[in-house]
Design a protein around this ligand. Sequence first.
Ligand code: SAM
Ligand code: SF4
Length: 326
Amino acid sequence: MLIDTFGRRINYLRLSITDRCNLRCSYCMPAHGIEGKRPARDVLSYEELREITQAAVEIGVEKVRITGGEPLVRKGVVPFLAGLSAIAGLKKLVLTTNGMMLEEMARDLKLAGVESINISLDSMRPEVFRKITRVGELSRVLAGVEAAERVFRHVKINVVVMRGVNDEEVLDFAALTLDKPINVRFIEYMPTTRESGWRSLMVSGGEILTRLSHRFRIEKEVRDSLEGPAVNYRIKGAAGKVGFITPISQHFCQSCNRLRVTSSGMVKSCLFEEQTVNLKPYLAAGDQAGLREALAGVARSKPSQHAFLVPGSADSQRFSMSQIGG
Ligand code: SAM
Ligand code: SF4
């Protein structure tokens, strides 16, 4: 079991398998893609990603989320996932996707051992969806959501709420849970690209909850230990749930259980932490013990809370979410 210096049990790895993406969401990437995109050789091979996962499981990780960039654009992802799901001791293999390729791939992902899927969908209005993603086609994502619903028991829809962009849609998103057993999670917008004025875009989870409470009768749900940071509610009588992920207004650092590894092999203990450790030398040397120790060392040195809570730092920390994996 892996316990950090603040007594938190670290059992969740977010593994980014590519920094490439078939969308260009305004809050995640510049319109022309990532500056200084990595040459393909910088990206870890599937074998290396598997070794990292194996080492992470050996030190106490029980849940792995595959992310990116867009994980489904990487060739060979299905057999890679089948290999990961066979790792003894890994209890949950899950994946986050923009849904663009899900209609074709949902069944194969399930057969490969993926237990549940998070789909990022910020608008159900075609023109707003296109404005946010710059190149996305809403109909493809909606078809992907339907395919996922047919195949997976747990489907979550992640909505990054932005004032004046898609915040008018929070009631529509919540209403989706009335008949469908999906979990719609509202995520606070985080300032990760170089835009100024991010605070005016951010709508707090509290504000969204108030708006929902004016329309629906809402009850709080009991928390599950591998569930992650979302605080969940249910509209009375609804088949699904609504959740709130509030990294800005009400951070959940005290219960954070995660490690992150980027597609180029850098391990980070926090999304907002600048310090990283490069795992490539251990992979190149075939040093499994070193790999385990490097992962455990980063986990133990996890900061008590993220840097947004330090006055002024939120404006100096900038990175591309697609490189870290959200
Ligand atoms: N491409 C996949 C997708 O979009 O689901 C996986 C990678 S994406 C970086 C992971 C998550 O990070 C998505 O749910 C996305 O909405 C979220 N994200 C990216 N930038 C964000 C930001 N600035 N604020 C809040 N969430 C963000
Ligand atoms: Fe791509 Fe996901 Fe970033 Fe959107 S949020 S640009 S889909 S990586």
